[in-house]
Design a binder for this molecule. Structure first.
Ligand code: HEC
Length: 103
């Protein structure tokens, strides 16, 4: 019985993980990192605080995985020195504030 319960819980955990490509995140760490490394080009293109990049008409992203990939692609253009977790944090933060993807 106990084993079954443990198996069930770990199965549920797996589903939770599968839903979030970025896994466990630290959203508080994300904003300062984003504001430091990620706004220069976006502001140059769209003005303001650059966030129009994330809300513009015809933006191309359609789910969390694509958001992750875009963050990684942009990050690779700058020498930010970020770890993969940092990309995950920022992707999750962007999703929370701008994209609101549920999958
Ligand atoms: C070297 C300039 C540059 C830097 C620095 C940069 N970006 Fe970008 N970013 C771009 C460009 C150019 C696009 C638009 C690409 C396109 O239109 O396909 C873009 C698009 C994006 C998008 C998709 C916007 C949409 O259409 O929904 C995201 C998300 C994004 N960047 C995240 C980041 C993050 C996170 C960082 C910091 C690690 C970052 N960017 C740093 C140039 C940059």
């Amino acid at each position: 019985m106990r084993l079954l319960l443990i198996a069930l819980i770990s199965l549920l955990n797996n589903f939770a993980w599968a839903e979030e490509p970025w896994g466990t995140v630290d959203l508080q760490a994300a904003k300062p990192m984003h504001d430091k490394a990620c706004t220069s080009c976006h502001i140059r293109m769209y003005g303001g605080d650059g966030s129009k990049m994330y809300t513009r008409e015809g933006r191309v992203l359609s789910d969390k995985l694509e958001l992750m990939q875009r963050v990684a692609a942009c990050n690779s253009q700058v020498n930010s020195g970020w770890f993969p977790e940092d990309e995950g944090n920022v992707a999750a933060w962007l999703n929370k504030h701008y994209y609101h993807f549920t999958k």
